[in-house]
Design a protein around this ligand. Structure first.
Ligand code: NAD
Length: 498
Protein backbone atom coordinates (compact mmCIF):
# COMPACT_ATOMS: atom_id res chain seq x y z
CA UNK A 1 0.00 0.00 0.00
CA UNK A 2 1.21 3.50 -0.80
CA UNK A 3 2.04 5.54 2.26
CA UNK A 4 -0.04 8.69 2.17
CA UNK A 5 0.52 11.67 4.37
CA UNK A 6 -1.38 14.68 3.45
CA UNK A 7 -1.44 18.30 4.17
CA UNK A 8 -2.51 20.38 2.36
CA UNK A 9 -3.14 17.68 -0.26
CA UNK A 10 -2.75 13.93 -0.21
CA UNK A 11 -0.06 12.41 -2.35
CA UNK A 12 -1.17 11.03 -5.69
CA UNK A 13 -3.54 8.12 -5.28
CA UNK A 14 -3.48 6.29 -8.61
CA UNK A 15 -2.83 9.62 -10.31
CA UNK A 16 -5.52 11.57 -8.45
CA UNK A 17 -4.43 14.22 -6.05
CA UNK A 18 -7.05 14.43 -3.32
CA UNK A 19 -7.42 17.78 -1.68
CA UNK A 20 -7.74 17.96 2.08
CA UNK A 21 -9.12 21.49 1.86
CA UNK A 22 -12.68 22.78 1.89
CA UNK A 23 -14.37 23.41 -1.45
CA UNK A 24 -16.35 26.65 -1.44
CA UNK A 25 -17.59 28.58 -4.47
CA UNK A 26 -15.43 26.58 -6.88
CA UNK A 27 -12.17 27.05 -4.92
CA UNK A 28 -10.24 24.73 -2.61
CA UNK A 29 -9.63 26.66 0.60
CA UNK A 30 -7.49 25.79 3.59
CA UNK A 31 -8.22 26.76 7.19
CA UNK A 32 -5.90 27.71 10.04
CA UNK A 33 -6.57 24.49 11.96
CA UNK A 34 -6.79 20.86 10.87
CA UNK A 35 -8.00 17.51 12.18
CA UNK A 36 -6.52 14.06 11.59
CA UNK A 37 -8.00 11.14 9.71
CA UNK A 38 -6.96 7.68 10.88
CA UNK A 39 -6.88 4.36 9.04
CA UNK A 40 -8.93 2.06 11.31
CA UNK A 41 -7.01 -1.01 10.11
CA UNK A 42 -3.61 0.30 11.15
CA UNK A 43 -4.19 3.22 13.49
CA UNK A 44 -2.00 5.39 11.22
CA UNK A 45 -2.84 9.02 10.62
CA UNK A 46 -3.41 9.27 6.86
CA UNK A 47 -4.41 12.89 6.39
CA UNK A 48 -4.85 16.24 8.07
CA UNK A 49 -8.03 17.92 6.89
CA UNK A 50 -8.84 21.62 6.93
CA UNK A 51 -11.27 22.10 9.79
CA UNK A 52 -14.37 24.08 8.89
CA UNK A 53 -15.75 26.49 11.45
CA UNK A 54 -19.13 28.24 11.52
CA UNK A 55 -17.80 31.09 9.33
CA UNK A 56 -17.01 28.56 6.57
CA UNK A 57 -20.63 27.45 6.77
CA UNK A 58 -21.69 31.03 6.00
CA UNK A 59 -19.23 31.29 3.10
CA UNK A 60 -20.50 28.01 1.65
CA UNK A 61 -24.05 29.29 1.94
CA UNK A 62 -23.06 32.54 0.16
CA UNK A 63 -21.64 30.44 -2.69
CA UNK A 64 -24.64 28.07 -2.87
CA UNK A 65 -27.06 31.02 -2.94
CA UNK A 66 -25.06 32.89 -5.60
CA UNK A 67 -25.03 29.86 -7.90
CA UNK A 68 -28.64 28.79 -7.29
CA UNK A 69 -30.51 30.83 -9.89
CA UNK A 70 -28.34 29.96 -12.88
CA UNK A 71 -28.15 26.29 -11.88
CA UNK A 72 -31.94 26.04 -11.53
CA UNK A 73 -32.36 27.74 -14.92
CA UNK A 74 -29.95 25.43 -16.78
CA UNK A 75 -31.78 23.41 -19.43
CA UNK A 76 -32.55 19.81 -18.48
CA UNK A 77 -30.49 18.58 -21.44
CA UNK A 78 -27.42 20.60 -20.42
CA UNK A 79 -27.73 19.38 -16.84
CA UNK A 80 -28.17 15.80 -18.00
CA UNK A 81 -25.03 16.12 -20.13
CA UNK A 82 -23.07 17.22 -17.05
CA UNK A 83 -24.37 14.18 -15.20
CA UNK A 84 -23.27 11.90 -18.05
CA UNK A 85 -19.81 13.54 -17.97
CA UNK A 86 -19.63 13.11 -14.18
CA UNK A 87 -20.64 9.47 -14.47
CA UNK A 88 -17.95 8.80 -17.08
CA UNK A 89 -15.30 10.49 -14.94
CA UNK A 90 -16.40 8.66 -11.82
CA UNK A 91 -16.06 5.36 -13.67
CA UNK A 92 -12.59 6.33 -14.91
CA UNK A 93 -11.58 6.85 -11.26
CA UNK A 94 -13.19 3.68 -9.92
CA UNK A 95 -9.92 2.28 -8.58
CA UNK A 96 -8.96 5.51 -6.83
CA UNK A 97 -12.37 5.67 -5.16
CA UNK A 98 -12.17 2.06 -3.97
CA UNK A 99 -8.67 2.64 -2.64
CA UNK A 100 -9.49 5.79 -0.71
CA UNK A 101 -12.57 4.15 0.80
CA UNK A 102 -10.52 1.18 1.99
CA UNK A 103 -7.88 3.54 3.33
CA UNK A 104 -10.15 5.61 5.54
CA UNK A 105 -12.95 3.13 6.40
CA UNK A 106 -11.03 -0.15 6.29
CA UNK A 107 -13.79 -1.93 4.36
CA UNK A 108 -12.75 -4.85 2.12
CA UNK A 109 -11.75 -3.85 -1.39
CA UNK A 110 -14.56 -5.84 -3.02
CA UNK A 111 -17.11 -4.05 -0.86
CA UNK A 112 -15.59 -0.67 -1.71
CA UNK A 113 -15.80 -1.58 -5.42
CA UNK A 114 -19.46 -2.54 -4.92
CA UNK A 115 -20.19 0.73 -3.14
CA UNK A 116 -18.48 2.59 -5.96
CA UNK A 117 -20.55 0.87 -8.67
CA UNK A 118 -23.80 1.60 -6.87
CA UNK A 119 -22.82 5.23 -6.23
CA UNK A 120 -21.80 5.91 -9.83
CA UNK A 121 -25.09 4.27 -10.83
CA UNK A 122 -26.97 7.11 -9.15
CA UNK A 123 -25.37 9.62 -11.52
CA UNK A 124 -26.23 7.46 -14.51
CA UNK A 125 -29.81 6.96 -13.34
CA UNK A 126 -30.39 10.63 -12.56
CA UNK A 127 -28.79 11.64 -15.86
CA UNK A 128 -31.54 9.63 -17.52
CA UNK A 129 -34.31 11.18 -15.39
CA UNK A 130 -33.45 14.88 -15.58
CA UNK A 131 -35.20 15.51 -18.88
CA UNK A 132 -38.25 13.48 -17.84
CA UNK A 133 -39.67 15.36 -14.88
CA UNK A 134 -43.36 16.03 -15.34
CA UNK A 135 -45.98 18.20 -13.71
CA UNK A 136 -49.78 17.86 -13.96
CA UNK A 137 -52.57 19.61 -15.86
CA UNK A 138 -56.26 19.73 -14.93
CA UNK A 139 -59.42 21.75 -15.45
CA UNK A 140 -60.54 24.12 -12.65
CA UNK A 141 -63.87 23.08 -11.06
CA UNK A 142 -66.00 25.81 -12.72
CA UNK A 143 -64.31 25.09 -16.05
CA UNK A 144 -63.04 28.62 -16.78
CA UNK A 145 -59.43 28.10 -15.80
CA UNK A 146 -56.73 25.48 -15.84
CA UNK A 147 -54.68 24.04 -13.00
CA UNK A 148 -51.05 23.51 -13.87
CA UNK A 149 -48.60 22.02 -11.38
CA UNK A 150 -44.92 22.43 -12.11
CA UNK A 151 -41.96 21.47 -9.95
CA UNK A 152 -39.18 23.81 -8.95
CA UNK A 153 -35.92 23.15 -7.08
CA UNK A 154 -36.32 23.84 -3.35
CA UNK A 155 -33.07 25.87 -3.31
CA UNK A 156 -29.78 25.57 -1.41
CA UNK A 157 -29.51 22.26 0.47
CA UNK A 158 -27.37 21.07 3.35
CA UNK A 159 -26.43 17.39 2.99
CA UNK A 160 -24.96 15.66 6.06
CA UNK A 161 -23.47 12.20 5.47
CA UNK A 162 -22.19 9.44 7.79
CA UNK A 163 -18.94 7.45 7.64
CA UNK A 164 -20.24 3.96 6.92
CA UNK A 165 -20.96 4.42 3.18
CA UNK A 166 -19.05 7.62 2.44
CA UNK A 167 -19.43 7.62 -1.34
CA UNK A 168 -22.90 6.15 -1.56
CA UNK A 169 -24.38 8.67 0.85
CA UNK A 170 -22.76 11.64 -0.90
CA UNK A 171 -23.71 10.42 -4.39
CA UNK A 172 -27.27 9.47 -3.49
CA UNK A 173 -28.05 12.78 -1.81
CA UNK A 174 -26.09 15.10 -4.11
CA UNK A 175 -27.19 13.18 -7.23
CA UNK A 176 -30.86 13.76 -6.48
CA UNK A 177 -30.46 17.36 -5.28
CA UNK A 178 -28.31 18.44 -8.24
CA UNK A 179 -30.57 16.65 -10.73
CA UNK A 180 -33.50 18.58 -9.27
CA UNK A 181 -31.62 21.84 -9.85
CA UNK A 182 -30.59 22.58 -6.27
CA UNK A 183 -27.17 23.79 -5.16
CA UNK A 184 -25.62 21.84 -2.29
CA UNK A 185 -23.32 22.04 0.70
CA UNK A 186 -22.06 18.56 1.55
CA UNK A 187 -20.79 17.96 5.08
CA UNK A 188 -18.94 14.67 5.23
CA UNK A 189 -18.21 12.67 8.39
CA UNK A 190 -14.89 13.46 10.07
CA UNK A 191 -13.91 9.76 9.93
CA UNK A 192 -14.19 9.56 6.10
CA UNK A 193 -13.75 13.01 4.52
CA UNK A 194 -11.34 11.92 1.75
CA UNK A 195 -13.90 9.96 -0.25
CA UNK A 196 -16.22 12.97 -0.31
CA UNK A 197 -13.30 15.20 -1.35
CA UNK A 198 -12.46 12.94 -4.31
CA UNK A 199 -16.17 12.86 -5.22
CA UNK A 200 -16.45 16.64 -5.19
CA UNK A 201 -13.19 16.99 -7.14
CA UNK A 202 -14.64 14.67 -9.75
CA UNK A 203 -17.78 16.78 -10.08
CA UNK A 204 -15.60 19.88 -10.38
CA UNK A 205 -13.51 18.20 -13.10
CA UNK A 206 -16.69 17.15 -14.91
CA UNK A 207 -17.63 20.83 -15.19
CA UNK A 208 -20.19 21.52 -12.47
CA UNK A 209 -20.17 25.34 -12.17
CA UNK A 210 -18.58 27.09 -9.14
CA UNK A 211 -20.85 27.24 -6.10
CA UNK A 212 -23.18 24.47 -7.26
CA UNK A 213 -21.36 21.88 -5.14
CA UNK A 214 -19.60 22.91 -1.93
CA UNK A 215 -17.82 20.66 0.55
CA UNK A 216 -17.15 21.13 4.24
CA UNK A 217 -15.49 18.82 6.73
CA UNK A 218 -15.10 19.59 10.39
CA UNK A 219 -14.18 18.26 13.79
CA UNK A 220 -17.16 20.15 15.26
CA UNK A 221 -20.29 19.18 13.33
CA UNK A 222 -22.63 20.63 15.93
CA UNK A 223 -21.19 24.17 15.71
CA UNK A 224 -20.96 24.15 11.92
CA UNK A 225 -24.48 22.73 11.50
CA UNK A 226 -25.92 25.22 13.97
CA UNK A 227 -24.60 28.03 11.76
CA UNK A 228 -25.84 26.56 8.47
CA UNK A 229 -29.20 25.53 9.91
CA UNK A 230 -29.77 29.02 11.35
CA UNK A 231 -29.17 30.68 7.98
CA UNK A 232 -32.53 31.86 6.62
CA UNK A 233 -31.31 31.17 3.07
CA UNK A 234 -31.20 27.41 3.70
CA UNK A 235 -34.14 25.62 2.05
CA UNK A 236 -33.58 21.96 2.85
CA UNK A 237 -31.58 19.62 5.05
CA UNK A 238 -31.01 15.99 4.14
CA UNK A 239 -29.37 13.98 6.90
CA UNK A 240 -28.19 10.39 7.23
CA UNK A 241 -27.01 9.27 10.62
CA UNK A 242 -28.20 8.37 14.07
CA UNK A 243 -31.74 8.92 15.27
CA UNK A 244 -30.48 11.07 18.16
CA UNK A 245 -28.65 13.59 15.97
CA UNK A 246 -31.48 13.47 13.40
CA UNK A 247 -34.00 14.39 16.03
CA UNK A 248 -31.89 17.39 17.16
CA UNK A 249 -31.56 18.59 13.56
CA UNK A 250 -35.29 18.11 12.94
CA UNK A 251 -36.07 20.30 15.95
CA UNK A 252 -33.80 22.98 14.49
CA UNK A 253 -35.42 22.62 11.07
CA UNK A 254 -38.85 22.91 12.66
CA UNK A 255 -37.96 26.18 14.38
CA UNK A 256 -36.97 27.70 11.01
CA UNK A 257 -39.60 25.78 8.96
CA UNK A 258 -36.97 24.15 6.78
CA UNK A 259 -37.80 21.15 4.58
CA UNK A 260 -36.11 18.02 5.99
CA UNK A 261 -35.38 14.45 4.90
CA UNK A 262 -33.99 12.08 7.50
CA UNK A 263 -32.43 8.64 7.00
CA UNK A 264 -31.88 7.41 10.53
CA UNK A 265 -31.19 4.25 12.50
CA UNK A 266 -32.62 0.78 11.90
CA UNK A 267 -33.47 -2.40 13.78
CA UNK A 268 -33.91 -4.71 10.80
CA UNK A 269 -35.76 -7.97 11.38
CA UNK A 270 -34.57 -10.84 9.16
CA UNK A 271 -37.39 -13.40 9.25
CA UNK A 272 -36.86 -16.97 8.06
CA UNK A 273 -40.09 -18.98 7.96
CA UNK A 274 -40.51 -22.76 8.08
CA UNK A 275 -41.00 -23.05 4.29
CA UNK A 276 -37.95 -20.95 3.32
CA UNK A 277 -34.98 -22.03 1.21
CA UNK A 278 -32.55 -22.30 4.13
CA UNK A 279 -29.33 -22.24 2.12
CA UNK A 280 -30.44 -19.07 0.34
CA UNK A 281 -31.53 -17.49 3.63
CA UNK A 282 -28.19 -18.30 5.27
CA UNK A 283 -26.19 -16.87 2.34
CA UNK A 284 -28.21 -13.66 2.31
CA UNK A 285 -28.12 -13.35 6.10
CA UNK A 286 -24.33 -13.58 6.11
CA UNK A 287 -24.09 -10.66 3.65
CA UNK A 288 -26.88 -8.68 5.29
CA UNK A 289 -25.29 -9.06 8.74
CA UNK A 290 -21.54 -8.91 8.14
CA UNK A 291 -21.22 -6.54 5.15
CA UNK A 292 -19.31 -3.43 6.23
CA UNK A 293 -18.53 -5.23 9.51
CA UNK A 294 -22.23 -4.92 10.36
CA UNK A 295 -22.02 -1.13 10.32
CA UNK A 296 -25.07 -0.60 8.13
CA UNK A 297 -28.43 0.88 9.05
CA UNK A 298 -30.11 -1.83 6.93
CA UNK A 299 -28.16 -4.70 8.53
CA UNK A 300 -30.03 -7.71 9.94
CA UNK A 301 -30.34 -6.64 13.58
CA UNK A 302 -32.67 -9.41 14.73
CA UNK A 303 -32.51 -12.73 12.88
CA UNK A 304 -35.92 -14.25 13.60
CA UNK A 305 -36.16 -17.99 12.94
CA UNK A 306 -39.20 -20.26 12.84
CA UNK A 307 -38.58 -23.02 15.38
CA UNK A 308 -38.97 -25.72 12.70
CA UNK A 309 -35.83 -24.53 10.86
CA UNK A 310 -34.00 -22.70 13.67
CA UNK A 311 -31.41 -25.38 14.39
CA UNK A 312 -30.58 -26.09 10.73
CA UNK A 313 -30.26 -22.35 10.00
CA UNK A 314 -28.15 -21.78 13.12
CA UNK A 315 -25.65 -24.54 12.34
CA UNK A 316 -25.23 -23.44 8.71
CA UNK A 317 -25.02 -19.77 9.68
CA UNK A 318 -22.33 -20.38 12.31
CA UNK A 319 -20.34 -22.54 9.89
CA UNK A 320 -20.26 -19.70 7.32
CA UNK A 321 -19.72 -16.91 9.86
CA UNK A 322 -16.74 -18.77 11.32
CA UNK A 323 -15.13 -18.85 7.85
CA UNK A 324 -15.19 -15.07 7.44
CA UNK A 325 -11.71 -13.59 7.28
CA UNK A 326 -11.22 -10.45 9.32
CA UNK A 327 -8.51 -7.96 8.42
CA UNK A 328 -7.30 -4.88 6.57
CA UNK A 329 -9.52 -4.25 3.55
CA UNK A 330 -6.41 -4.05 1.36
CA UNK A 331 -5.46 -7.69 2.09
CA UNK A 332 -6.61 -10.36 -0.34
CA UNK A 333 -9.49 -12.54 0.77
CA UNK A 334 -10.63 -10.31 3.62
CA UNK A 335 -14.42 -10.43 4.22
CA UNK A 336 -14.80 -8.26 7.31
CA UNK A 337 -12.89 -5.05 7.93
CA UNK A 338 -12.38 -3.09 11.16
CA UNK A 339 -14.85 -1.20 13.31
CA UNK A 340 -14.55 2.48 12.42
CA UNK A 341 -13.13 3.76 15.73
CA UNK A 342 -11.93 2.79 19.18
CA UNK A 343 -15.04 4.43 20.64
CA UNK A 344 -17.34 2.24 18.52
CA UNK A 345 -15.26 -0.81 19.39
CA UNK A 346 -15.81 -0.17 23.10
CA UNK A 347 -19.55 0.17 22.43
CA UNK A 348 -19.57 -3.24 20.69
CA UNK A 349 -17.73 -4.90 23.59
CA UNK A 350 -20.32 -3.42 25.98
CA UNK A 351 -23.20 -4.77 23.87
CA UNK A 352 -21.69 -8.26 23.80
CA UNK A 353 -21.38 -8.22 27.59
CA UNK A 354 -25.03 -7.15 27.87
CA UNK A 355 -26.21 -10.04 25.66
CA UNK A 356 -24.24 -12.50 27.79
CA UNK A 357 -25.62 -11.04 31.03
CA UNK A 358 -29.16 -11.23 29.61
CA UNK A 359 -28.72 -14.99 29.13
CA UNK A 360 -28.01 -15.19 25.37
CA UNK A 361 -25.74 -18.12 24.46
CA UNK A 362 -22.50 -17.10 22.76
CA UNK A 363 -21.93 -19.48 19.81
CA UNK A 364 -18.85 -17.96 18.16
CA UNK A 365 -16.63 -14.87 18.55
CA UNK A 366 -17.42 -12.40 21.30
CA UNK A 367 -14.24 -10.40 21.57
CA UNK A 368 -11.84 -7.96 20.01
CA UNK A 369 -9.11 -9.51 17.89
CA UNK A 370 -5.80 -9.05 19.63
CA UNK A 371 -3.75 -7.11 17.08
CA UNK A 372 -3.24 -3.56 15.85
CA UNK A 373 -6.41 -2.09 14.37
CA UNK A 374 -10.05 -2.00 15.48
CA UNK A 375 -10.94 -5.61 14.67
CA UNK A 376 -13.79 -7.54 16.27
CA UNK A 377 -14.43 -11.25 15.67
CA UNK A 378 -17.66 -12.20 13.87
CA UNK A 379 -19.96 -13.01 16.75
CA UNK A 380 -23.16 -15.04 16.92
CA UNK A 381 -25.56 -15.28 19.86
CA UNK A 382 -28.44 -17.69 20.25
CA UNK A 383 -30.88 -15.19 21.77
CA UNK A 384 -33.89 -17.59 21.80
CA UNK A 385 -36.92 -15.77 23.15
CA UNK A 386 -34.96 -12.90 24.70
CA UNK A 387 -37.04 -9.73 24.91
CA UNK A 388 -36.64 -6.19 26.20
CA UNK A 389 -34.75 -3.09 25.13
CA UNK A 390 -31.55 -4.94 24.25
CA UNK A 391 -33.30 -6.64 21.28
CA UNK A 392 -34.03 -3.22 19.79
CA UNK A 393 -30.54 -1.80 20.30
CA UNK A 394 -28.98 -1.07 16.90
CA UNK A 395 -25.94 -3.38 16.95
CA UNK A 396 -23.97 -1.71 14.13
CA UNK A 397 -21.31 -4.40 14.49
CA UNK A 398 -20.37 -7.90 13.24
CA UNK A 399 -22.60 -9.33 15.96
CA UNK A 400 -25.63 -11.48 15.09
CA UNK A 401 -28.49 -12.31 17.44
CA UNK A 402 -30.68 -15.29 16.49
CA UNK A 403 -34.19 -15.36 17.95
CA UNK A 404 -36.73 -18.20 17.72
CA UNK A 405 -40.50 -17.93 17.21
CA UNK A 406 -43.19 -20.55 16.72
CA UNK A 407 -45.30 -19.01 13.92
CA UNK A 408 -45.38 -16.42 11.14
CA UNK A 409 -47.73 -14.27 13.27
CA UNK A 410 -45.31 -14.34 16.18
CA UNK A 411 -42.46 -13.42 13.83
CA UNK A 412 -44.47 -10.46 12.52
CA UNK A 413 -45.38 -9.23 16.01
CA UNK A 414 -41.76 -9.44 17.18
CA UNK A 415 -40.49 -7.78 13.97
CA UNK A 416 -42.84 -4.83 14.45
CA UNK A 417 -42.06 -4.48 18.17
CA UNK A 418 -39.50 -1.73 17.65
CA UNK A 419 -39.47 2.06 17.45
CA UNK A 420 -37.64 1.74 14.11
CA UNK A 421 -38.94 1.01 10.60
CA UNK A 422 -36.15 1.02 8.02
CA UNK A 423 -35.34 -2.31 6.32
CA UNK A 424 -36.87 -5.74 6.95
CA UNK A 425 -36.31 -9.13 5.31
CA UNK A 426 -38.60 -12.08 4.80
CA UNK A 427 -37.71 -15.57 3.59
CA UNK A 428 -40.49 -17.91 2.49
CA UNK A 429 -41.35 -19.91 -0.62
CA UNK A 430 -45.06 -19.16 -0.25
CA UNK A 431 -45.84 -16.11 -2.40
CA UNK A 432 -49.15 -15.24 -0.82
CA UNK A 433 -47.71 -15.58 2.70
CA UNK A 434 -44.89 -13.26 1.60
CA UNK A 435 -47.31 -10.60 0.38
CA UNK A 436 -49.60 -10.80 3.40
CA UNK A 437 -46.69 -10.44 5.84
CA UNK A 438 -44.82 -7.84 3.76
CA UNK A 439 -47.87 -5.58 3.78
CA UNK A 440 -48.06 -5.86 7.58
CA UNK A 441 -44.38 -5.20 8.25
CA UNK A 442 -44.12 -1.62 9.52
CA UNK A 443 -40.94 -0.88 7.59
CA UNK A 444 -40.12 1.33 4.63
CA UNK A 445 -38.45 -1.58 2.81
CA UNK A 446 -39.03 -5.33 2.70
CA UNK A 447 -36.54 -7.66 1.03
CA UNK A 448 -38.37 -10.82 -0.01
CA UNK A 449 -35.90 -13.68 -0.37
CA UNK A 450 -33.02 -11.18 -0.62
CA UNK A 451 -30.73 -9.53 1.88
CA UNK A 452 -29.50 -6.55 -0.16
CA UNK A 453 -31.90 -4.01 -1.66
CA UNK A 454 -29.99 -0.85 -2.60
CA UNK A 455 -30.60 0.30 -6.18
CA UNK A 456 -30.54 3.75 -7.84
CA UNK A 457 -34.08 3.20 -9.12
CA UNK A 458 -35.50 2.26 -5.71
CA UNK A 459 -36.98 4.54 -3.05
CA UNK A 460 -34.81 4.00 0.03
CA UNK A 461 -36.05 5.10 3.42
CA UNK A 462 -37.86 4.29 6.61
CA UNK A 463 -40.94 4.77 8.73
CA UNK A 464 -41.31 5.54 12.47
CA UNK A 465 -38.03 6.53 14.18
CA UNK A 466 -36.05 5.54 11.07
CA UNK A 467 -36.82 8.81 9.39
CA UNK A 468 -38.74 10.92 6.93
CA UNK A 469 -38.58 10.98 3.15
CA UNK A 470 -36.99 8.73 0.55
CA UNK A 471 -33.69 8.66 -1.33
CA UNK A 472 -33.20 7.25 -4.80
CA UNK A 473 -35.71 6.57 -7.55
CA UNK A 474 -38.34 9.08 -8.63
CA UNK A 475 -39.30 9.75 -5.01
CA UNK A 476 -35.70 10.75 -4.29
CA UNK A 477 -35.64 13.53 -6.86
CA UNK A 478 -39.04 14.90 -5.83
CA UNK A 479 -37.67 15.31 -2.28
CA UNK A 480 -35.65 18.22 -3.70
CA UNK A 481 -38.45 19.74 -5.77
CA UNK A 482 -41.52 21.60 -4.65
CA UNK A 483 -44.76 21.88 -6.55
CA UNK A 484 -45.91 25.24 -7.85
CA UNK A 485 -49.55 25.66 -8.81
CA UNK A 486 -50.41 28.00 -11.65
CA UNK A 487 -54.10 28.96 -12.11
CA UNK A 488 -54.62 30.14 -15.71
CA UNK A 489 -57.85 31.85 -16.78
CA UNK A 490 -59.12 30.83 -20.19
CA UNK A 491 -62.77 31.97 -19.88
CA UNK A 492 -63.48 34.63 -17.27
CA UNK A 493 -67.25 34.07 -17.41
CA UNK A 494 -66.77 30.55 -16.04
CA UNK A 495 -64.10 31.25 -13.44
CA UNK A 496 -66.45 32.09 -10.56
CA UNK A 497 -64.80 32.97 -7.26
CA UNK A 498 -66.16 30.91 -4.38
P1 NAD B 1 -24.01 10.31 13.63
O1 NAD B 1 -25.42 10.71 13.74
O2 NAD B 1 -23.15 10.46 14.80
O3 NAD B 1 -23.27 11.11 12.44
C1 NAD B 1 -23.84 11.27 11.16
C2 NAD B 1 -23.38 12.60 10.59
O4 NAD B 1 -23.86 13.64 11.42
C3 NAD B 1 -21.85 12.76 10.55
O5 NAD B 1 -21.53 13.56 9.43
C4 NAD B 1 -21.57 13.53 11.81
O6 NAD B 1 -20.38 14.29 11.73
C5 NAD B 1 -22.78 14.44 11.87
N1 NAD B 1 -23.12 14.93 13.19
C6 NAD B 1 -22.87 14.37 14.40
N2 NAD B 1 -23.36 15.16 15.38
C7 NAD B 1 -23.92 16.23 14.78
C8 NAD B 1 -24.61 17.39 15.25
N3 NAD B 1 -24.82 17.60 16.54
N4 NAD B 1 -25.08 18.27 14.34
C9 NAD B 1 -24.90 18.05 13.01
N5 NAD B 1 -24.26 17.00 12.51
C10 NAD B 1 -23.78 16.08 13.38
O7 NAD B 1 -24.06 8.82 13.12
P2 NAD B 1 -22.83 7.94 12.69
O8 NAD B 1 -22.22 7.39 13.94
O9 NAD B 1 -21.96 8.64 11.75
O10 NAD B 1 -23.58 6.76 11.90
C11 NAD B 1 -24.22 5.78 12.55
C12 NAD B 1 -25.72 5.99 12.55
O11 NAD B 1 -26.22 6.43 11.28
C13 NAD B 1 -26.45 4.70 12.82
O12 NAD B 1 -27.46 4.93 13.77
C14 NAD B 1 -27.06 4.31 11.49
O13 NAD B 1 -28.20 3.53 11.54
C15 NAD B 1 -27.32 5.62 10.87
N6 NAD B 1 -27.30 5.46 9.40
C16 NAD B 1 -28.50 5.54 8.75
C17 NAD B 1 -28.55 5.35 7.39
C18 NAD B 1 -29.85 5.44 6.64
O14 NAD B 1 -29.82 5.58 5.43
N7 NAD B 1 -30.99 5.39 7.29
C19 NAD B 1 -27.37 5.11 6.68
C20 NAD B 1 -26.17 5.05 7.37
C21 NAD B 1 -26.16 5.24 8.76
Amino acid sequence: MTSLVGTPALADLRGHRISTELFIGGRWTSTASAFDVTNPSTGEVIAAMSDAGPQDGSLAMDAAVLAAEAWAAMSPRARANLFHAAHALLVERADAFAEVMVLESGKPRAEAAGEFALSAGFFQWYAEQIAHLHGTFASGSPGGYRIITTHQPVGPCFLITPWNFPLLMSARKAGAALAAGCTVIIKSAKETPLTAALFVQTLEDAGFPPGVVNLLHTSDSAALSEQVMSDPRLRKISFTGSTGVGSTLLAKAASNIVNASMELGGDGPFIVLDDADIDLAVREAIVCKFRNAGQACVAANRIILHEAIAEEFTQKFIAQAAQLRVGDGFDDGVDVGPIISERQLERVARLVAQFTEAGAELLIGGSRIDRTGNFFAPTVFRAGSLSGELCNEELFAPVAALYTVSSGEEALAFANATPYGLASYLFTNDLSRAFVLAEKLEFGMVGINRGIMADPAAAFGGTKASGLGREGGHDGIYEFLEPKYLAVTIDETRGAHA
